[in-house]
Design a protein around this ligand. Sequence first.
Ligand code: PMP
Length: 432
Amino acid sequence: SAPAGHDDDVLDRRERVLAEVQEHYYARPPRIERGWREYLVDVDGRVYLDMVNNVASVGHAHPKVAAAASRQLRLLNTNSRFNYGAITEYAEKIAATLPDELDTVFFVNSGSEATDLAIRLAMASTGRPDIVAMREAYHGWTYASDAVSTSIADNPNALGSRPAWVHTVDAANSYRGIHRGDDAAKYAAEAAAVIDRLAAQGRPAGGFICETFFGNAGGVALPEDYLSEVYRTVRAHGGIAIADEVQVGFGRLGEWFWGFQQQGVLPDVVAVAKSIGGGQPIGAVITRKEIADRYRTQGYFFSSTGGSPVSSVIGMAVLDVIQQEQLQENARLVGAHLKARLQELGDRHPIVGTVHGSGLYLGLEFVRDRETLEPAPDETAAICDRLLELGVVMQPTGDFQNVLKIKPPLCVTQESADYFADALERVLSTGW
Ligand code: PMP
């Protein structure tokens, strides 16, 4: 029979009815019945600490979000072409979190839709089909967002199967990329050269897209001035700068509400999702009015449920909770404490290569050798399995699947962060 907290019947049925490619965490995951703050509870009442869930930004089952959702569901939930207050109020609140220039909002239902729309806006506003993207990225599963996603963790043949309009630049990873440490300044110059070359060939790029803080690699900060140089170059040829803030934006970095602030730049288009909905499917694209207006060249824009009354009130409740409960500040404080504890693990355990990240977007990178940086994916998977036994939900990320992606709900307490660090210490000390 299944171990406590598990339900093999529901798992077997899931595997029969859902597309196999739509994977689940763990070979044999527990059956989760409810969530509360940074905790998940299985069917037998066992509690897990959820250290991976950046969608549940304000914590699982937040009462203010639940109350807003249920009230609005009883009142009205319809498509965004009707005139109702919530969509306007929510758009104003989202725009208010951004610099004044970014004043025009589109609402969609996911990160994939948001990055897809951002790319479409770049194409529509410039009239050009070519887009430059950073390698080792994930931007979504829809046609355009997938086209600019070249992480081999997602698709081993990613680079070899891009459509002709996609052009890529090196992943600006100063830890394990081709330029490391101080040499990382070269990434921007090389990316600028790719963009210049396209223009010289008579096909200047319509836009450049990347994560503003390298989330897919585990929260690696881009080299200093990277985005300012690349944005300047793409704009010099008439293209626009797209910031994918789906993972790292919305207060998670602690020090900055948006990832682009860490780089001291202003993008032309910002794509956001995940955190903003706290689990409700909400995505948004925020841009300048003249860029948004150029979408008219493609026809009209309509998303039936994007910015629906229920999504709008949930989005407002999530933003209110982030502000009222000072969750960005919590991300800064608890994140700094946790990062220090993880770095300290590195003093005793040679498998710890480094700790990336800021606030509550951290990446603990496991290597077999600190000189060669040989990735340790099997060890990382085994460590995640062992952590689950100790009551912690954790998953790998990155092209080599050797980085723990540490991105808990923003309400995570220092006590919970310590529980995670203690559990990790135990796994690394006793084997996995
Ligand atoms: N951009 C980034 C950086 C992401 O990490 C993801 C999802 N992992 C997406 C876009 C796509 O978001 P969604 O899954 O909501 O479609």
